[in-house]
Design a protein around this ligand. Sequence first.
Ligand SMILES: Cc1cc2nc3c(=O)[nH]c(=O)nc-3n(C[C@H](O)[C@H](O)[C@H](O)COP(=O)(O)OP(=O)(O)OC[C@H]3O[C@@H](n4cnc5c(N)ncnc54)[C@H](O)[C@@H]3O)c2cc1C
Length: 384
Amino acid sequence: MSEDAYASIREEVAKLCAEFPGDYWRAKDRDRAYPGEFVDALTKAGYLAALIPEEYGGVGLPLSGAAAILEEIQRQGCNGGACHAQMYIMGTLLRHGSELQKQTYLPKIATGELRLQAFGVTEPTSGTDTLSLKTVARREGDRYIINGQKIWTSRAEHSDLMLLLARTTPQDQVAKRTDGLSTILVDMRAAKQGGMTIRPIETMMNHSTTEVFFDNVEVPVENLIGVEGQGFRYILSGMNAERALIAAECIGDAKWFIDKASAYAKERVLFGRPIGQNQGVQFPIARAYAQMKAAELMVHDALRKYEAGENAGAEANMAKMLAAEASWAAGEACIQTHGGFGFAAEYDIERKFRETRLYQVAPISTNMILSYVAEHVLGLPRSY
Ligand SMILES: Cc1cc2nc3c(=O)[nH]c(=O)nc-3n(C[C@H](O)[C@H](O)[C@H](O)COP(=O)(O)OP(=O)(O)OC[C@H]3O[C@@H](n4cnc5c(N)ncnc54)[C@H](O)[C@@H]3O)c2cc1C
């Protein structure tokens, strides 16, 4: 995979992003409003359908194509967090859904007629310990009756469908620890009329995240994806793609911070010379650049392995961790280089700083990645 393979896509994405400059994002951030115009523009241009195969109306790009799109969005100062999940949540449907489900949903997701960008996994009591989640989907005839609560379900208010992970067999009745959870496609338009309540959570950045409550929500059994009880495996298989894409976004953020910091360090003159002439100013930027380049190589490695059909678990996890740390280091260097101006909203740095911090916690926190590497790469005893 060559980086230049997507040069023209990056150029087009950059052009689209130019229509959504800093003041657009600042206003959305201030009002905690959803950037609907930006999401519509990306949808119309086909970018959110990048990973949907052409036979279902999408663009049919490999994962690295989607990564290039998301990286460029962040690099231009925009925020793909508003819609990145529309790109990859459908992967579970694509890989494990029936042909009928694919024909029913994918073409509409590709055009944007349907938004599938809510992913209901995390719960307040179980957190990272996904296998202990408590939301239950009980089968009654041709329906599932869903009860429970999800938390941090981002974009739920701006999605027509939710990919839900719920328990269909009690934990003490399963043969294997990882059995008994199922993935169900919930039509949120119907569910909101019948027992689903969404409550927004105010966060330090504008992320449209929510709590979702299920009170006897009925979903037809034909919305089960794949085999009942195998949902945890389906979710896991999609996570490597998600991690590689989020890592690409962090690389885009890091490049944005580094560009901004370098430009300002050249232009701000104090004591008769540009501040960037001082090693104390240029070294943190140079260090952040080196960190970003190393993380970028790991992202490329993860994408290459994923696209070769190999298990990219270790690389996707490490890419996400290193890229999130690199974007944070670049953000830190950028704020420091700007002195007081780094804190002024009109420079957009403090907004991007808040936005990029998330990726050391979600979609998986750094400790869990280190546990993965310790156990699965280094063969150390499982720590939890
Ligand atoms: C803005 C935002 C958007 C999100 N969007 C979504 C979404 O759309 N859908 C969704 O399902 N989830 C979403 N999440 C949830 C996210 O994936 C979780 O917050 C994340 O996985 C961490 O889980 P937790 O918050 O429950 O933390 P916890 O699991 O409670 O962990 C707390 C801390 O303890 C550490 N820790 C826990 N166990 C161990 C251990 N065994 N060893 C070492 N350290 C440990 C963790 O690393 C973490 O730092 C979102 C979260 C945020 C903040």
